[in-house]
Ligand binder design. Structure first.
Ligand code: ZN
Ligand code: ZN
Length: 322
């Protein structure tokens, strides 16, 4: 549950009711005492964090600053509750802020995207209901401060840098601790799972597609250039073989792209149909992730002129460019 990763850095695993089971938050015992990510807002999550800090002699009130890697509920859910309790200010990238402030407002929009990508209505309603119910696990952040790429995060005995890595989420930030060659990666890099670039809701930019996978791969290239010896992710174990993991993720996406082209070689398909070919057993609430992955690749293939897009009766169909 709680373990010391290195001098001043403690990792606390908090429970989440999702397939990943836990989210890692990191407590930095320097001045100001800082929490990296916050977990969801449930009793179990709150108690686990409380007990974790108690083992090193602190109460939750000792937290003096909260850094959020990105605006997914398992990362920011209980940030506001902790902030109210401790007085600690919350920091997040500006691109995540709008979503966190008014998530429910986006649900109607997500629904229209899922339908447009060919998902059946009953399934879409089930997915939306699930997303709605998940909202009780987080409070909107209405008074967060913004971080941008390259910003310094000052501590008494060290200075970190903010590294903007859009892809999994448009405003995802990693935190670089240069002297130790450590990067706190949020969900940008995880050991066992390939982070899914999430299809993004951009109401200002119809037709609602956002090059999330392309951006993700670009961000991965950015991380590859750093000299790093340890990654501290928000789910799962620490990563020592940084280059190896990055190569594995690049290879994974290359293979996915080939499977999508194979799936399209039969006939034209909607992103939903491709997602069902890729992930036949995916539970309804994860269909959004499946479609996100398919759309990410289709956008890249379309840019390269390999596939083309046709709209029919309000739905998107992709086919191989002949
Ligand atoms: Zn995430
Ligand atoms: Zn996560």
């Amino acid at each position: 549950m709680m373990h010391q990763v290195l001098d001043k850095v403690y990792k606390i695993e908090l429970p989440i009711p999702f397939p990943l089971k836990t989210v890692n938050v990191y407590f930095i015992d320097d001045s100001p005492r800082t929490l990296v990510d916050a977990g969801i807002k449930t009793e179990a999550s709150f108690e686990t964090l409380k007990k974790g800090l108690e083992t090193i002699g602190y109460s939750l009130k000792a937290i003096e600053r909260i850094l959020i890697t990105h605006g997914h509920i398992d990362h920011y859910g209980q940030a506001k509750k902790l902030s109210v309790l401790s007085g600690a200010p919350i920091y997040i990238h500006s691109k995540e802020y709008g979503r966190i402030r008014s998530f429910n407002h986006s649900l109607g929009f997500i629904k229209s995207i899922l339908l447009r990508n060919g998902a059946p209505e009953a399934l879409v309603n089930e997915a939306i209901q699930y997303m709605e119910s998940a909202q009780i696990m987080g409070d909107p952040l209405d008074e967060a401060f913004f971080l941008e790429d390259g910003d310094s995060i000052f501590f008494k005995s060290m200075t970190w840098k903010t590294v903007h890595c859009p892809g999994h989420s448009p405003g995802l930030i990693c935190f670089l601790w240069p002297e130790k060659k450590i990067l706190f990666t949020g969900d940008h890099l995880l050991k066992e799972i390939t982070p899914n670039p999430i299809l993004n809701v951009n109401e200002n930019k119809p037709p609602f597609r956002y090059p999330s996978l392309q951006e993700y791969l670009t961000s991965l290239g950015k991380i590859e250039k750093f000299d790093l010896s340890l990654l501290l992710p928000a789910h799962g174990e620490e990563i020592h073989d940084v280059r190896g993991l990055i190569q594995k993720i690049f290879a994974h996406h290359k293979e996915r792209m080939e499977r999508i082209l194979f799936s399209l070689s039969e006939c034209e398909k909607t992103p939903f149909e491709i997602a069902t070919d890729l992930f036949p057993d995916v539970p309804p609430f994860e269909i959004f992730l499946g479609i996100s992955e398919a759309v990410g690749h289709l956008e890249i293939l379309k840019e390269k002129g390999i596939v083309k897009l046709k709209e029919k009766e309000g739905k998107d169909y992709f086919s191989i460019q002949t």
